[in-house]
Design a binder for this molecule. Structure first.
Ligand SMILES: *Cc1c(COP(=O)(O)O)cnc(C)c1O
Length: 457
C-alpha cells in the first residue's frame, strides 16, 4: 500500500520537551513511580489517553469565536442538535459535558437495584455508573475477544447466543437496557461488525429490551466495517454509521473521542417519554437542555468535529497510523494484543518481561521504563488497575493480562513522533531483562491506579 501522509498541515505548534535522563529519573521518584503523578510538561510524547486530547482544526477554532453564550436557545445548540440528528438519525438529543454524565443520566433513570445491563465489554465509567445505581454490568464479548492472539476481524462483537440466552433468562423486567461499545475500548479498541450490531438490535427488540450504543468511537468503528466487512467496502462511512445507529434505540457518547473535541458528550434517542425523564434529570445535575454543562462555543466545536471525523481521508490516516505503529513493533517481535485496535496498541507486559512475576507489577514496570527511557507516557492496564484483595482470604487476586496501552491522540502526533516511540519500545525490548519490578507502598481503597505509589525493587 502507498504511504498515507498526514491529511493536514501544521498551523500552530506547541513545543514539547524531553527532560534529560537524570531529570526523568528524579521525576519518576517524586511521582512514586506512577505516571499519573507526572507533570505533563515533563512528558515528551503523551500516550496516556486519546480522550479529550485531540487537536482541533482551524474550522473548529473558528467555531469557538461564534460561541453564543445565551443561557437558553443558543444558536450553537441548534447546529449541535442538527448535526447529531443528521449523523445518527436519532430525533431527541441531550448535550452533556462528558460521556459519563450521559451514562449517569441514563442509568440513574432506568436502573433499579438488582437489574442487569449486558454489553460486549463495559467501559469502566459505564460499569461504575451501572453499579452505583445498584445494577450489575455483564460482559458478553465473543470468546475471540478475550484471546489476545486471535486475529478475528471483529473482536469487539457481542456473543449473540449468549445475549439471547441471557435476555431469555433475565427477562425484560430485569434488563432495562442493553449496551454495545463501538469500538470496544476495554477489549483493546476492537471493532464490532454491522451484522453483529443489527443482530443485537433484533435480539433485544424480540425481548422488548431497548438497545443503546456506547458510540464514543463510532467513526473508527464504521471505518473498520468499510475495510473488513464483506459487502461494505463500496459504501461511505457516513452511510455505514447511519446504519449502525438505525439498529439502535439510542446512544451515549463522549465527544472527547470521535467528537474531535476537548470536552463534550451527549445522549441521542428515539423514545420521547425517556427523553423527557432524562431532560428533567439533566436540569438537576448538569444544566439547561440547550447547553447541558457546556459553553456555547464547546457545542460548536463538537458539532464541527463530528462532521470532520467522518472524512474518510482522516479516518484512513488515523486508523492507519495506529496500524503502522503496531506493524513496526510486531515486525520487531514486540509482544502485543493482536490485531491493532482503532485508537491504541497494547503491549503485553507478561511476555515482554517474562522475568517479572505478577506480584511485582510487570505492566507498571514497563510503563515506568517507557518514561525513563524515552519520556513517553502510556498507561498500565493490569495488576495495579484491576488487582484486588479477596476480602475472605486476604489473598491478592490478579487480572488475566498485564498490558501497557499506548493510546494515540487524534491529529496530535506525526508519523515521525510514532517512529520515535517505536524505537524506544524496541530498545526496551532488547534490554528487557534489565527492567526491575515494583513494590506498591501506598494504595487508595478504590480506583487505586490513579494515586498508588511504588518503590523500585
Ligand atoms: C471515554 C469513554 C467513556 C466516558 O466518557 P468521558 O467523556 O470520559 O466521561 C465511556 N465509554 C467509552 C467506551 C469511553 O471510551
Amino acid at each position: 500500500m502507498q504511504h498515507v501522509p498526514e491529511p493536514w498541515r501544521v498551523k500552530v505548534v506547541e513545543p514539547i520537551h524531553l527532560p534529560d535522563r537524570d531529570t526523568r529519573r528524579r521525576r519518576l521518584e517524586a511521582a512514586g513511580y506512577n505516571v499519573f503523578a507526572l507533570p505533563a510538561a515533563d512528558v515528551y510524547i503523551d500516550l496516556l489517553t486519546d480522550s479529550g486530547t485531540s487537536a482541533m482544526s482551524d474550522n473548529q477554532w473558528a467555531g469557538l469565536m461564534l460561541g453564543d453564550e445565551s443561557y437558553a436557545g443558543a444558536r450553537n445548540f441548534f447546529s449541535f442538535r442538527d448535526t447529531v440528528q443528521e449523523i445518527t438519525g436519532l430525533p431527541f438529543i441531550i448535550p452533556t459535558h462528558q460521556g459519563r454524565v450521559a451514562e449517569n443520566l441514563l442509568f440513574s433513570t432506568l436502573i433499579k437495584p438488582g437489574m442487569k445491563v449486558p454489553s460486549n465489554n463495559h467501559f469502566d465509567t459505564t460499569r461504575a455508573n451501572i453499579e452505583v445505581n445498584g445494577g450489575e454490568a455483564v460482559d458478553l464479548v465473543i470468546p475471540e475477544g478475550r484471546d489476545p492472539e486471535s486475529e478475528h476481524p471483529f473482536k469487539g462483537n457481542i456473543d449473540l447466543d449468549a445475549l439471547d440466552a441471557f435476555l431469555a433468562a433475565s427477562g425484560r423486567q430485569q434488563v432495562p437496557v442493553a449496551m454495545l461499545t463501538v469500538t470496544n475500548n476495554s477489549g483493546g479498541g476492537q471493532p464490532v461488525s454491522l451484522e453483529n450490531i443489527r443482530a443485537m438490535g433484533e435480539i433485544c427488540h424480540r425481548h422488548g429490551v431497548p438497545f443503546f450504543l456506547d458510540a464514543c468511537r463510532f467513526a473508527e468503528n464504521a471505518w473498520f466495517i468499510k475495510q473488513r466487512e464483506p459487502g461494505q467496502g463500496h459504501r461511505s462511512v457516513r452511510d455505514i454509521a447511519a446504519d449502525m445507529f438505525a439498529a439502535a434505540d439510542g446512544c451515549t457518547m463522549s465527544a472527547k473521542k470521535d467528537g474531535l473535541a476537548n470536552i463534550g458528550g451527549f445522549i441521542a434517542l428515539r423514545d420521547q417519554g425517556l427523553f423527557d425523564a432524562l431532560r428533567n434529570m439533566l436540569i438537576v445535575i448538569e444544566g439547561f437542555p440547550t447547553y447541558g454543562g457546556l459553553a456555547g462555543r464547546d457545542l460548536e466545536a463538537v458539532a464541527r468535529g463530528l462532521k470532520e471525523v467522518l472524512d474518510e481521508r482522516y479516518l484512513e490516516f488515523r486508523v492507519g497510523q495506529v496500524q503502522a505503529l503496531w506493524e513496526r513493533l510486531d515486525a520487531a517481535g514486540v509482544p502485543m494484543i493482536r490485531p491493532a485496535g482503532g485508537h491504541a496498541v497494547y503491549l503485553d507486559a507478561r511476555r515482554f518481561l517474562p522475568h517479572l512475576d505478577q506480584e511485582v507489577f510487570p505492566a507498571q514496570a514497563l510503563t515506568v521504563a517507557l518514561y525513563l527511557e524515552g519520556g513517553i507516557r502510556g498507561v498500565e492496564i493490569g495488576g495495579v488497575m484491576f488487582g484486588t484483595t479477596d476480602p475472605e482470604t486476604g489473598q491478592a487476586v490478579w487480572p488475566q493480562m498485564e498490558l501497557v496501552r499506548l493510546a494515540i491522540p487524534r491529529r496530535v502526533y506525526t508519523n515521525s513522533h510514532l517512529r520515535y516511540v517505536a524505537e524506544v519500545v524496541e530498545q526496551l525490548h532488547r534490554d528487557a531483562s534489565s527492567i526491575r519490578g515494583l513494590n506498591m507502598v501506598y494504595q487508595a481503597p478504590v480506583l487505586r491506579h490513579f494515586t498508588a505509589r511504588f518503590e523500585l525493587l
